[in-house]
Design a protein around this ligand. Structure first.
Ligand code: RIB
Ligand code: CA
Length: 336
């Protein structure tokens, strides 16, 4: 199989970091660059965390670009309460020296998409960088081969308000412009935003038992994953009464690599930008507004298949053993 060229646009961030690890472990994916956007943590910390993960994975050859430092309109609100002040669960890992860090992520995106039509974007944070590309060079933006976005929610409750998910709540104007482009620009009429929202990501929970298995299979990476998720576990227990942590961003990467992991429906989705429900994604499943479809909203996920992919690709688990262990662990757990 030919690996598909991908740019990861992200805000690392604990789950972003696990997503980067997965992307670098998938033969279906060729990560050509990483662009950082303000989100979970300020861009400067996001850049440092991306470098840490690239160093762990032996991929400091991949360039990291500094992106937008604040949302289009709204004041910037980070998520350090969830990801820790360092953005990696206050794990204190050192920033490596060997990474290639450059400025101006939007100029990089423009340079790639002005000349190439075979590169996709997996967006794991607010859509601010992508919206700035749309503003700056519409033709380049429309050359994005596929856009997978972890964000939004269809029927599941929000995580920043009763109805809004963080990535689109943090910068609702950027999300609204990007979704509107996919329903209005003729160049994008046959393309959709693959919306990997909370409806599916909430079903992907890294539990203490799965973490124990990770450490047995691959002590080095398993211990790093434990170190960066401890803070995230505590947050999930306090905030949502969940034992473990939800792996939002890794599912977007896994879905890019294996589309059979998730199913959903195409529809028109709008993003609210004002009032009490700003950041909400309104998925018009019953075609009330009769607008052109701009999104594929994912609603079902094969949780065991995701965990198998993550454990085997990232940690190097043997498939038969991983399947047996997951069957033992998942019985009666939140993923069952
Ligand atoms: O709402 C979850 C999303 O917001 C994830 O991408 C997480 O990393 C944060 O960016
Ligand atoms: Ca993220």
């Amino acid at each position: 199989m030919n690996a598909q060229k991908v740019i990861l646009d992200c805000d690392p961030g604990i789950d972003d970091s696990l997503a980067i690890m997965l992307a670098l472990s998938c033969p279906e994916i060729d990560v050509v660059g990483i662009t950082i956007v303000c989100g979970n943590v300020p861009v400067s910390k996001g850049v440092q965390n991306a470098c840490k993960v690239l160093d762990w994975m032996g991929r400091t050859d991949i360039p990291v670009y500094k992106g937008e430092e604040k949302p289009l309109v709204r004041p910037y609100v980070d998520a350090m309460d969830t990801h820790g002040k360092d953005g990696l669960g206050q794990s204190g890992f050192p920033v490596p020296s060997g990474c290639t860090v450059k400025d101006n992520a939007v100029a990089y995106l423009e340079s790639v998409f002005t000349t190439q039509k075979d590169v996709s974007v997996i967006a794991l944070g607010p859509l601010t960088n992508l919206e700035r590309l749309l503003e700056r060079n519409r033709a380049a933006f429309c050359n994005i081969r596929e856009l997978i976005s972890m964000g939004g929610t269809y029927k599941s409750h929000g995580n920043c308000s009763p109805v809004a998910e963080y990535n689109y709540w943090c910068d609702p104007d950027a999300a609204a412009h990007v979704y509107t482009a996919f329903s209005s620009l003729p160049e994008l009429k046959d393309k959709f935003i693959h919306m990997v929202g909370l409806d599916v990501t909430r079903k992907i929970v890294l539990t203490p038992n799965i973490l124990e298995y990770m450490k047995n299979v691959n002590p080095s990476l398993g211990q790093k994953i434990e170190a960066i998720t401890r803070f995230y576990f505590d947050f999930h227990w306090k905030q949502e009464g969940v034992i473990g942590c939800v792996l939002n961003d890794p599912l977007a990467v896994a879905y890019f690599a294996d589309r059979s992991l998730c199913h959903g429906f195409t529809t028109y989705t709008a993003v609210e930008t004002t009032g009490i429900s700003y950041g909400q994604t309104l998925c018009d499943a019953f075609q009330i507004w009769n607008q052109l479809h701009n999104s594929k909203v994912l609603t079902q996920v094969d949780t065991k298949k995701f965990m198998m992919l993550f454990l085997c690709r990232v940690l190097g688990a043997q498939p038969d053993q991983a399947s047996k262990v997951l069957d033992q662990i998942l019985v009666g757990e939140v993923l069952a």
